[in-house]
Design a protein around this ligand. Structure first.
Ligand SMILES: Cc1cc2nc3c(=O)[nH]c(=O)nc-3n(C[C@H](O)[C@H](O)[C@H](O)COP(=O)(O)OP(=O)(O)OC[C@H]3O[C@@H](n4cnc5c(N)ncnc54)[C@H](O)[C@@H]3O)c2cc1C
Length: 492
């Protein structure tokens, strides 16, 4: 039986492990931390439960499909579809609910902004067309295998994609061109989707315009029990299909001889032989720490990283009736925010504030009348966290100004996560949330491939490799990696 060693129990590692074990391979998963989940771990503070990382759940079919490969062993997973994606708040008093029903969204925009919202529906239709044209070519298979690039498939998909995006190269220009009413709030709203993979909306290619379709077209969802239910389902399914999960087991080296993997050496000196090794750890530490003797792909390791974040986890004794699960309090000057993040490598003086209150859909996560607030501002990857106290004050003042809620007065407990904490806890390079940024048209091609062409038996999954960061794409990386494994290292 072919043996597989997976390093790192994040979404990419867990999903690859499930698929390989369900195929009948012997799979051992080594995780450095005392628990699985990577960026999706949870935190308990008093009577409050927080999801430490992701809060937005889209494209649930990918999770269901991953669990389903385990057949009768699949753990149950329940989720609900939300009627709105987000509540948006501007400093000028404008408020907008991002209804996922498009006619309702149209009516909301027309009432809140006093303009015709027909261009917005057209814009969302372009997003859908772009997504449908590109998902197979750019998201659901390797970009680096010649078999992926049959001439007919390439011509068909690229042609459709270019038509969908009107050949405009940059996502913010596309948003400006399409929101012909020119309403700056709508442009800002659509520009934010480039941040869903930590990119700069003012430099990101128009391809990122497929993202709004995930939220407004396919829908926004909430796992029953909170985001950690995703990890629980993957974890239980992995155990049920026989994945041998070793916690507190940091890998020290991927052992390679004569351009073939031989297994994994752990930090405690223990060696584990394997025919196939999958790194579910960020690609930079994979090369620098696990493969220090192998030539590293310099262009990939020097790529600009996606944004990180500073997250305040606050237990707030206030029911915040106007706030929803997802809320955005916009920066007044969005372009300036990204100039600060990517050029000056600092947090803007007036950052966009994202508030997620998980207890709005999972009431058990906070006491009655209270909420588990996850309050995040974008930060540059590698930000050294100087000035956290003034940042907290600015965030509190913005929340008070816009929502009228004095969080400082209602706060019962607090925990803070900075880019270096994220790097330390998950191995993510500079604490970037989504691996390398997608700020160039070539970014998709410059991400780490899922199969190493030089070292036989070496594979990569997770948010820093193809097709990208975020839960859906990490699940896709598990699928692509396993497909490549079946083709290049079949079961014996
Ligand atoms: C604050 C925050 C907010 C986010 N918001 C969203 C969101 O709303 N929606 C969304 O879809 N995505 C979001 N993301 C991104 C998403 O969390 C990630 O893309 C995804 O979880 C990454 O999964 P991964 O497979 O790359 O593994 P990771 O989660 O990076 O896990 C890697 C694992 O490898 C382990 N490891 C590291 N080194 C070693 C070693 N030497 N040996 C053994 N194990 C090791 C780590 O302990 C960790 O468990 C967010 C991320 C963060 C941090």
């Amino acid at each position: 039986m072919s043996s597989v060693a997976v390093i790192g129990a994040g979404i990419g590692g867990l999903s690859t492990a499930i698929r390989a074990a369900a195929e009948g391979r012997s799979v051992t998963l080594f995780e450095a931390a005392p628990e699985v989940g990577g960026k999706l771990r949870q935190l308990h503070l008093g009577n409050f439960r927080f999801d430490l990382g992701p809060s937005l759940f889209t494209w649930p079919d990918l999770l269901l499909e991953t669990l389903a490969v385990a057949g009768a062993h699949a753990a149950p997973f329940d989720h609900t579809r939300l009627d709105r994606s987000c509540h948006y708040y501007w400093e000028d008093g404008t408020r907008l609910i991002g209804w996922t029903d498009q006619q309702r969204l149209k009516a909301e925009i027309e009432e809140a902004l006093g303009i015709s919202a027909d261009p917005v529906l057209h814009h969302l239709d372009l997003s859908r067309k772009g997504f449908e044209a590109t998902r197979e070519l750019f998201l659901e298979q390797s970009l680096h295998e010649t078999s992926s690039w049959t001439p007919t498939r390439t011509a068909r998909h690229l042609g459709k994609a270019l038509r969908a995006w009107q050949s405009l190269p940059l996502t913010h220009r596309l948003n400006r061109w399409n929101a012909r009413t020119g309403h700056p709030h709508l442009q800002q709203l659509f520009n934010r989707f480039a941040t869903y993979n930590g990119s700069d909306p003012y430099r990101a290619p128009a391809m990122l315009h497929v993202i709004p379709h995930l939220e407004f077209g396919m829908g926004t969802f909430a796992p029953v029990g909170g985001m950690h239910a995703i990890v629980d389902a993957l974890h239980q399914t992995a155990l049920a299909v026989g994945v041998d999960i070793r916690l507190n087991a940091p890998a020290d080296r991927i052992e390679v001889e004569e351009n073939r993997v031989r297994g994994v050496r752990l930090r405690d000196g223990h060696r584990h032989e394997a025919d196939v090794v999958v790194s579910g750890v960020d690609v930079t530490p994979t090369y620098r720490m696990l493969l220090p003797d192998q030539p590293a792909p310099k262009r990939i390791l020097s790529a600009e990283q996606s944004t990180s974040g500073v997250i305040f986890y606050w237990g707030i004794r206030h029911d915040a009736p106007d706030l929803h699960l997802h809320n955005i309090l916009w920066a007044e000057d969005y372009r300036e925010e990204f100039r600060c993040l990517f050029e000056e490598k600092r947090i803007a003086d007036d950052p966009t504030v994202y508030i997620n209150i998980g207890s709005k859909t999972s009431p058990a996560d906070a006491p009655d009348g209270a909420g588990n607030w996850f309050v995040m501002v974008n930060a540059p990857a590698g930000w050294d966290a100087t000035g956290i106290d003034p940042l907290r004050t600015r965030v509190e003042q913005k929340i008070l100004r816009i929502t009228g809620i004095d969080v400082a007065a209602h706060r019962e407990c607090e925990h803070i996560l900075t880019p270096s904490d994220i790097a330390y806890r998950t191995g993510s390079h500079l604490g970037a949330l989504y691996g390398p940024a997608s700020n160039k048209a070539t970014s998709a091609f410059l991400r780490q491939r899922n199969r190493d062409r030089r070292i036989r038996g070496l594979y990569f999954a997770g948010g820093s490799v193809h097709p990208g960061g975020g839960i859906p794409l990490c699940l896709l990386s598990g699928r692509i990696t396993h497909e490549l494994m079946k083709r290049h290292d079949p079961q014996h």
